[in-house]
Design a protein around this ligand. Structure first.
Ligand code: AKB
Length: 314
């Protein structure tokens, strides 16, 4: 039997792209998009099923899973780092309850497989910041990071105790042109492209030398589908895998953009997000993902910038 996939949080930055790629692999009617708000992507709404779901409502989740005979869930709904710092109770409850609801669906055999994203935010100020290892100190000091670390432990727990087939990646900052990011500390790396094209200038809320791990969306979607499609025995880590793409700071990104817009002006005005960024790694060691399921990123700064500008200009 062919798998049927439910993507929860499909109107966001990752979901918008992931749904379309999954639909081309599994067939349009085998990938159900869902979100608490409608998608702004016409392509997504017209190419296959879409359901309004509040992920906190377990009965509604079960109803949709039964309606479409869903076998896999990709849970993307979450409050990201910057937004969660502004609303700590909602950040904690949404990020934890949504995961718990989906893991429970799997424990009670309504579904067979779960994808849930973690983040580089699981690391904290005393984690080694360069080439951060898979297994190291984890002392997150943001609500988002704390919820992601707790979520990783829950994933491992459900795998160990109930044999739930859950898979996860620690996403770095994600950069794509199809949909806007929503409330993260790494969002500047998307906004800068839009502003460069529209206004030829950008004010960064992170300092020029704030290096963070980042990844182009094409790589992130490929990594997500690759880990979900890997044979179960290759997925040896059931908390979450480090994955690496590229690392850069606002100054380096603005230099690269200047190759396309020579008069581009960059200014800097740090805000509360600087402190969040300061607590995160600068680069990641993803050698275990490479060893276990053959992960390798393809986009460097030059290739990513060229692709972003080409597509946004259209
Ligand atoms: C954020 O900035 O909150 C996210 C993340 C790194 O998980 N992009």
């Amino acid at each position: 039997m062919k798998d049927t996939i439910l993507v929860i949080g499909s109107s966001g930055q990752i979901g918008t792209e992931l749904v379309m790629d999954l639909r081309s692999l599994f067939g349009n009617n085998h990938v159900i998009a869902s979100d608490i708000r409608p998608s702004i992507s016409k392509e997504l709404l017209e190419s296959g099923p879409f359901e309004i779901i509040d992920v906190m409502d377990q009965n509604r989740l079960i109803e949709v899973v039964k309606k479409y005979k869903v076998t896999q869930v990709y849970l993307l709904a979450a409050l990201l780092s910057a937004t969660a710092e502004k609303n700590i109770e909602l950040g904690w409850s949404l990020n934890m309850q949504s995961l718990s609801n989906v893991l429970e669906l799997a424990r009670h055999k309504h579904i067979k497989k779960v994808y849930w994203p973690s983040s580089i935010a699981v690391f904290g100020p005393t984690t080694p910041q360069t080439f951060t290892p898979q297994h190291t100190i984890m002392d997150p000091n943001t609500v988002y990071g704390i919820s992601k670390l707790a979520g990783e432990r829950w994933c491992q727990y459900y795998y160990d105790k109930f044999d739930v087939d859950v898979r996860s990646l620690r996403y770095p900052g994600l950069i794509g042109w199809k949909a806007a990011p929503g409330g993260g500390t790494t969002d500047y790396a998307v906004h800068i492209f839009h502003e460069a094209i529209k206004n030829n200038k950008y004010q960064s809320f992170l300092s020029p030398d704030t290096t963070l791990p980042m990844m182009y969306m094409n790589d992130a979607i490929r990594a997500t589908i690759e880990i979900m499609e890997s044979p179960s025995e290759n997925v040896k880590i059931r908390s979450s895998y480090n994955i690496a793409g590229l690392s850069f700071n606002p100054q380096e990104l603005s230099q690269e953009i200047k190759n396309y817009f020579p008069n581009f002006e960059m200014s800097y005005q740090e805000d509360y997000r600087q402190e969040i960024a300061n607590s995160w790694p600068k680069s990641m060691d993803d050698s275990i993902a490479t060893k276990d399921w053959n992960w390798k990123s393809e986009f460097d700064l030059k290739k990513m910038t060229a692709d972003m500008i080409k597509n946004l200009k259209k």
